[in-house]
Design a protein around this ligand. Structure first.
Ligand SMILES: [Zn+2]
Length: 304
């Protein structure tokens, strides 16, 4: 069966991450098919409407409904397993930058990450680790549930300074806090499953094609919601960590410029192009962020 929804064109960097996530998640999700069949069967078809109902959007708030078929613990297991696989792969490729290889880069990433992780309140929940990948042509950074961070060295010149790097680390840790991975794999699984049910019920190829188009548009809508949410959480995290949130605007402008310079295979730039909407959002949240910058002991808003 199709275990999850096909995402279409993903750059090579992204596929390297997506394939192991898919393999890991399959182990948790496939045994839940029967349970899910009842749930999806209740709404029959189109399941897209069911998902649409879950999509109470907003974008500027951290309060919305979230479809999750796996627990926090399962999500963390997937994150750590995928991180380990990528780490081994990079070790074999000879791209893993050890501390003696790049003491300054390591000290920089550690200093900023430690502060952002403290601000996130996830310091005790996960045992955090980070690695650096020596890849000057790759401007990318990823944080995994379970507390793992990968920084590709190509993003360091774009980060430029502590506040810039804190913007990036804050954003990727924001994805972890929002449990975006669990939500995304859950949705892709349900969509793949709904398609299978539609086929069983004799839906025509053109109906399936329409269904896929709708699903794709829902997924890309979710991807935008996740990015906006990670931007907001990241902004609050960097502020609470002691970095001037106004610097985030400059970082995303640099990111935008870099997106023009780099052409292919740069996942972070591909999925995170700085945009006018993003800058406007950051500016709209700035007063709230400055409160955290001035008073780091202020509690973060609760994610709902
Ligand atoms: Zn992101």
């Amino acid at each position: 069966m199709r275990w999850r929804y096909e995402l279409g064109d993903i750059p090579a960097d992204g596929r390297n991450v997506e394939a192991p996530i898919e393999a890991q998640a399959r182990g948790f999700l496939l045994p839940r098919r029967t349970l899910l069949k009842v749930g999806v069967g209740l709404v029959v078809w189109p399941a897209a409407q069911f998902l649409q109902a879950c999509a109470t959007t907003g974008g500027t708030s951290t309060s919305r409904s979230r479809l999750r078929l796996i627990s926090d613990e399962e999500e963390a297991k997937i994150g750590v397993a995928v991180f380990q696989q990528l780490q081994e792969k990079e070790l074999k490729r000879g791209r893993l930058m050890t501390e003696p290889d790049g003491p300054a880069a390591h000290a920089w990433v550690k200093r900023v990450s430690d502060r952002v992780i403290w601000a996130s309140g996830l310091g005790d929940k996960y045992r955090w680790e980070y690695i650096l990948i020596n890849a000057p042509g790759t401007a990318n950074a990823i944080a995994f549930p379970g507390g793992r961070i990968i920084v590709f060295t190509g993003i360091l010149p774009v980060a430029r300074d502590d506040a810039g790097l804190a913007t990036i680390i804050g954003h990727v840790v924001g994805h972890v806090m929002g449990h975006h991975m669990a939500e995304r794999i859950s949705k892709e699984f349900v969509m793949g499953f709904a398609e299978e049910i539609a086929r069983e019920q004799g839906a025509s190829d053109s109906t399936i094609a329409t269904m896929r188009l709708v699903n794709r548009s829902i997924l890309s809508q979710y991807s935008r919601i996740h990015e906006t949410e990670a931007d907001l959480i990241g902004l609050l995290l960097m502020s609470k960590a002691g970095y001037d949130p106004r610097e985030s605007v400059k970082l995303w402008q640099r990111m935008n410029d870099a997106a023009g310079e780099f052409s292919r295979g740069h996942e972070f730039l591909h999925t995170h192009p700085g945009s006018g909407t993003q800058i406007a959002d950051l500016q709209a949240w700035m007063q709230q962020a400055l409160q955290y910058y001035e008073n780091p002991s202020l509690a973060l808003p609760v994610l709902k």
